[in-house]
Design a protein around this ligand. Sequence first.
Ligand SMILES: [Zn+2]
Length: 130
Amino acid sequence: MSKHKSIPTATRKKLYEKYNHRCAYCGCELEYKDMQIDHVESVYRNNDITQTMSEKEMYDESNLLPACRQCNFYKSTFTIEQFRQRLKDVMMPNLQKDFRYRLAVKYGLIEETNKSIIFYYETLNKKQRY
Ligand SMILES: [Zn+2]
């Protein structure tokens, strides 16, 4: 259960449309009912409890992105760059510890790449720049 106040329906719908019914991070398609709203910067900036954000900043549309359950969960209160780094430096090594993961790689069921992580919303920003 979230301690935060809820985000108005109008804002939720606007975000849903703005990001093409997709998770702003991984880009998967989202049903409206499954959309979660991530606070890009959490109440504690960079997890520093001395740097709190005001509620106004926290709920400003520029600080909100639609997210799927998994991205929202894994991003948690991390910043965008911390999240990006965690996907590579924490999630992957943890997966690679699992012998089933390594076996799946051997059988070609999982193909590892070294590509950099670009979030879906970042690809939109590029297209929209004119
Ligand atoms: Zn996602």
